[in-house]
Design a protein around this ligand. Structure first.
Ligand SMILES: NC(=O)c1ccc[n+]([C@@H]2O[C@H](COP(=O)([O-])OP(=O)(O)OC[C@H]3O[C@@H](n4cnc5c(N)ncnc54)[C@H](O)[C@@H]3O)[C@@H](O)[C@H]2O)c1
Length: 292
């Protein structure tokens, strides 16, 4: 794929949308971030800019490349502005009705050959594609969080995904320097079948007093080679998202390891969702979604 000839839309400017937009803008794609909420859109763009600024400060990114990546990104709350986009990546709230309605609204807007990607964690790609007049173009691409740092993306076809759409999607992911792993359109794909029970067991260990959050966060990556501890990761994921994903997987798989421990409900009720609210397991000075 020639990155300069494509405009990518990322729909939803939350944790994942901002992360994915960081990746596409950095790869040289003109990127339009879309959200229905002006505040969330501005926060998403601020997060992407903050990530590039910090990368330049740390010497991980050349200043010109940082400027170019920031210039590649724009934002809108108008769906009609996504008309020129050739790849549209949906990362809005994990709600089937919202996602199908959004795909239906895109029918009259998108170009004939545009690819429609969904970043759903627990919903069926086929179910989401049923909202579109073009289910053959809908592909599941499940990015790992934080998207700018994690290479892995799960690639899942829906029942009606066309072979060309799958191949073009694999090519697109390669152009982002992502490693694609093909999985079936099943609840949780591969990664969340392992990640969610693991996160829940770390929370249960904390609840039972096995160690402090700092101790568990230090021990687990050290011993298991993980890039970060479970509570730092959960603060980036968002406790509301963890609760939703864990509950949905429990409902579908009926395996108690997926059931969210009581601490999750208490933190969500208290609004301690993680980085996005400034407090989760840890406290944060700013509510950028990732990156500092
Ligand atoms: N958080 C994670 O670790 C993670 C990882 C992989 C996949 N996912 C999936 O990615 C998707 C987004 O998750 P998130 O964590 O970024 O959520 P989030 O709550 O941080 O952001 C969701 C965004 O969607 C926006 N939105 C809601 N309805 C919309 C609509 N109709 N059109 C446009 N924007 C709309 C909201 O305003 C919000 O900004 C979900 O499907 C989730 O399951 C999340």
């Amino acid at each position: 794929m020639n990155n300069e000839n494509h405009t990518v839309a990322v729909l939803g400017a939350g944790t994942m949308g901002a992360g994915i937009a960081t990746v596409t803008a950095r790869a040289g794609y003109r990127t339009i971030l879309f959200d229905i909420d002006e505040h969330n859109l501005r926060r998403g763009i601020g997060t992407v800019h903050g990530f590039f600024d910090k990368s330049v400060r740390l010497g991980k990114l050349d200043a010109d490349d940082g400027r170019a990546a920031k210039e590649a990104l724009s934002g809108t709350t108008e769906l009609a502005e996504l008309g020129p986009c050739t790849v549209l990546i949906e990362a809005v709230v994990e709600d089937l009705a919202v996602k199908t309605e959004l795909f239906g609204r895109l029918d009259g807007i998108i170009a004939e050959s545009a690819l429609l990607h969904t970043n759903t964690s627990t919903l069926s790609v086929t179910g989401i594609a049923s909202g579109s007049r073009y289910p053959e173009r809908v592909v599941g691409t499940h990015y790992c969080n934080p998207a700018p740092l994690m290479k892995l993306v799960e690639l899942a076809d829906g029942r009606h995904t066309a072979g060309w759409a799958h191949r073009s999607t694999a090519e697109f992911l390669a152009s982002l320097a992502k490693t694609a792993v093909v999985t079936e359109d099943r609840p949780g794909f591969i990664v969340n079948r392992f990640l969610i029970p693991w996160e829940n067991s770390c929370i249960r260990a904390l609840e039972s007093g096995l160690g402090s959050k700092e101790a568990i966060d230090a021990a687990v990556p050290g011993a298991l080679g993980q890039p970060m501890g479970p509570f730092r990761l959960l603060d980036i994921v968002g406790m509301d998202i963890h609760q939703q994903v864990a509950t949905r997987l429990y409902e579908q798989l009926r395996d108690p390891r997926f059931f969210p421990p009581p601490m999750v409900d208490r933190m969500v009720s208290a609004g301690d969702l993680g980085r996005k609210t400034g407090r989760g397991f840890y406290e944060y000075d700013d509510t950028r979604l990732f990156g500092s």
